[in-house]
Design a binder for this molecule. Structure first.
Ligand SMILES: Cc1cc2nc3c(=O)[nH]c(=O)nc-3n(C[C@H](O)[C@H](O)[C@H](O)COP(=O)(O)O)c2cc1C
Ligand code: SF4
Length: 437
């Protein structure tokens, strides 16, 4: 790797290249479960939550919601058990960060789940894992079995009064089961149909009990926060904007990846001050020989594209929103100048149409309608009004559905239609010449 690059900060990834780090025999001497021990023996659940609030940790599943604040919404004294659900569905195209954590450091994932369960006083954790991740499932189940045998999972953990079960639940291959309430339905054995909110899961979640749902990467940060304190975490990355009292910054570290048409696809960990250009050109190695970068989606497939000229933006939650995109999963997809942007839209619309659960008409019908229009433009059969028709479809879909799958379907394709209008127009059938002209 060339020198002079933005530095990596290996916190979550510190064991990724350590042989057999997935076993307790290797992970424990390297510090695994020390934070669990510290939390259980020296902190109250409220104190753990307080440290997570101070850390300003924001959810790594895509939306960036403050984790400590989410935990404080959990309904108390309901007479029902409280559950923690770890979202390991990771079905977003281009996303592969949670898989690394589960396969290479499953004890960190399990410890993150247990410390977080302690904080919200949950009696069980369900880890909902993408069904197409058999290695992740195996590694997690192996880690849980080892942890249980060592008194780290189950009854009276480490001889304390805290008891917590951890269950791995494989999904069956639906993107919508990554949406938190679709996931809860699936966990209950039903179709993954997202629920109308409220009630929010923190009040009524899985099996109608108070439930906190967080992403794998989010919860994997919690052991470090307990070990070093929330303030130390908040000092890393991008601090909150002092001019904006609602800003939470982008603190801590973030797993970031690059896939697509680059020389060196991969996954690294940084404090969020790195720019998208440094990520794609520095770590991702830039375009393939003789090619130029045309467009980049900063995180997964669900965010608006950025042009090569727009890549000097920092990989932070608020910074990417300011330039009209979003951090999403933080795993960028790169398209070079061989990529046909109309065909890219066909693919994206097809994906979302296929994954729509079908409950909401704008999503069920709109995604397929978008795909049909993109398909005919790609085939050279576009009509003069098709770009206006697409704009009216975007308007008819966005913000009108139960969950964000439909919005996520609109964001990337709308940005492509607007930024690559010339490519669409070049493929449109010219309007017939009026008779006599
Ligand atoms: C269609 C759709 C798919 C999603 N897929 C995932 C996923 O695979 N993993 C994930 O963590 N969050 C996913 N999310 C976001 C979750 O609904 C939820 O916001 C997240 O799990 C909360 O965790 P966090 O606060 O730790 O980010 C998805 C959202 C939508 C709308
Ligand atoms: S937006 Fe789409 S995926 Fe989400 S609930 Fe409605 S139909 Fe289902």
């Amino acid at each position: 790797m060339a020198t002079g690059l933005y530095p990596q900060t290996k916190v979550l990834s510190k064991n990724f290249d350590v042989p057999n780090a997935h076993t307790l025999a290797v992970a424990r001497p390297r510090g695994a479960y020390q934070s669990l021990e510290k939390a259980l023996r020296t902190m109250t659940p409220a104190q753990v939550t307080e440290e997570v609030k101070k850390s300003r940790l924001r959810g790594r599943g895509g939306a960036g919601f403050p984790t400590g604040m989410k935990w404080s919404f959990v309904a108390k004294n309901t007479g029902k058990p409280t559950y923690l659900v770890m979202n390991a569905d990771e079905s977003e195209p281009g996303a592969f960060k949670d898989r690394y954590l589960m396969e290479r450091d499953p004890h960190l994932v399990v410890e993150g789940a247990l410390v977080s369960a302690y904080a919200i006083e949950a009696s069980a954790v369900f880890i909902y894992v993408r069904g197409e991740y058999p290695n992740s499932i195996r590694r997690l189940e192996g880690a849980i079995a080892e942890a249980r045998a060592a008194g780290l999972v189950g009854k009276d953990i480490l001889g304390t009064k805290f008891s917590c079960e951890v269950w791995v639940h494989p999904g069956a291959g639906a993107y919508i089961c990554g949406e938190e309430t679709g996931l809860l339905e699936s966990l209950e054995g039903k179709r993954g149909h997202p629920r109308i909110k409220p009630p929010f899961p923190a009040v009524e979640g899985v099996f109608r009990c108070p439930t906190i749902i967080n992403n794998v990467e989010t919860l994997s940060h919690v052991p470090w926060i307990v070990a070093h304190g929330g303030e130390a975490f908040a000092k890393q990355g991008i601090p909150p904007d002092p001019a904006n009292p609602r800003s939470n910054g982008s603190t801590g570290t973030k797993l970031m990846g690059v896939s697509g048409q680059v020389r060196n696809p991969g996954l690294w960990e940084f404090e969020p001050g790195i720019t998208l250009r440094e990520l794609v050109y520095g770590y991702g190695g830039g375009p393939l020989p003789g090619r130029k970068i045309k467009a980049v989606i900063p995180g997964g497939i669900s965010m608006p594209v950025l042009l090569d000229s727009e890549l000097d933006v920092k990989m932070g939650f608020d910074e990417l929103v300011k330039v009209g995109s979003g951090l999403g999963t933080g795993t960028a997809i790169v398209m070079d100048d061989t990529c046909d942007m109309v065909e890219a839209c066909v693919n994206i619309a097809h994906f979302f149409g296929h994954e729509s659960c079908g409950q909401c008409t704008p999503c069920r019908e709109g995604c397929h309608w978008m795909e049909k229009v993109f398909r005919r433009v790609a085939d050279g059969d576009g009509q003069p009004g098709d770009l206006d028709l697409l704009e009216s479809l975007f308007k008819g879909i966005e913000g009108r559905t139960i969950c964000f799958l439909a919005d996520a379907a609109v964001w990337p394709v709308r940005s492509i239609v607007r930024k690559f209008r010339g490519e669409f127009l070049a493929k449109m059938t010219p309007a017939p010449t009026p008779a006599g002209a």
